[in-house]
Design a protein around this ligand. Structure first.
Ligand SMILES: [Fe+2]
Ligand SMILES: [Fe+2]
Length: 267
């Protein structure tokens, strides 16, 4: 059994200090097997914002796997945006924007979808699709495989219109062929979980997406601060939302899935 604390869209620079402190205390107590942060650590990719995000990450229980989001690439500083889009991120947060974690039960690959040229929408590169295959190809079936991106593969329920990550179908085909069962994303500031197949006709095998809301920022889009508490206990998987309720984090919506004959069935 493994637990993943899935955080996203921290947006330091627009963070709520009370929420930040409560999240640090909560994760210190809950001790997840891994903390995964699916991008947008800062609001404007400024050095002070990266330093604040770094201090937050340092206060969390390791291991931590983190990837950048579009807000971690400068938007208004055009020179930095094109010459060194991830300069601040790699200086302050992590030298490798494509981290990989593996133990006996869990393998997690971060895929950086943030691009200077598609600032808001993201993209998966062909080399990253190959790296999904290369990283997971040799790992036994018994190890639960997870991909983390910033940009979403599926739209939020309720008819929301927004762009999905470019080359998402090809990335999902690689994930499908490599035994990936779960994709973690952010960017939408809305939390939900779903099967990818209704959105991709080429995908035959059931894979789940878990979207995390904004964990610490005031940039709410109709949803309070949340993060996902994911329990991987094959053949069961649960995605429990932890919602900010004013004085602390409390249980929110929860979804439990069981894998039956290669199909994730929601209970
Ligand atoms: Fe964001
Ligand atoms: Fe974003």
């Amino acid at each position: 059994m493994r637990t993943i604390a899935h955080l996203s869209d921290l947006h330091f620079g627009r963070e709520d200090p009370e929420v930040v402190a409560a999240l640090v205390a909560e994760l210190a107590e809950r001790r997840p097997s891994i903390v995964a942060v699916s991008g947008d650590l800062t609001q404007r990719a400024r050095a002070g914002q990266f330093r604040a995000a770094r201090a937050f990450l340092d206060a969390l229980p390791p291991p931590i796997l983190v990837i950048p989001g579009n807000h971690d690439i400068p938007l208004f500083n055009v020179i930095a945006r094109w010459l060194s889009p991830l300069g601040g991120y790699t200086r302050h947060i992590a030298a490798d924007p494509e981290p990989f974690f593996q133990d006996e039960e869990l393998a997690v690959l971060g895929v950086n979808t943030a691009r200077a040229g598609k600032w808001s929408d993201g993209r998966v590169a062909l080399a990253q699709i190959e790296s999904i295959r290369a990283r997971f190809g040799a790992i036994p079936e018994s190890v639960f495989k997870v991909v983390v991106t910033h940009h979403p593969f599926v739209p939020a329920p309720g008819g929301h219109e927004h762009a999905l990550v470019e080359r998402g179908a090809a990335a999902l085909e690689a994930a499908e062929g490599s035994g990936v069962d779960l994709l973690l994303s952010g960017h939408l500031h809305m939390s939900f979980s779903a099967d990818v197949r209704p959105h991709y006709l080429s995908i035959r095998r059931s894979m789940l997406v878990a979207q995390a809301g904004t964990s610490t920022s005031r940039r709410h889009r109709g949803e309070t601060n949340t993060y996902n508490w994911i329990v991987v206990d094959p053949p069961a998987l649960s995605v429990e939302q932890r919602r900010w309720s004013g004085g602390g984090f409390a249980p929110g919506a929860a979804a439990r899935y069981v894998k039956r004959e290669d199909e994730w069935v929601r209970e």
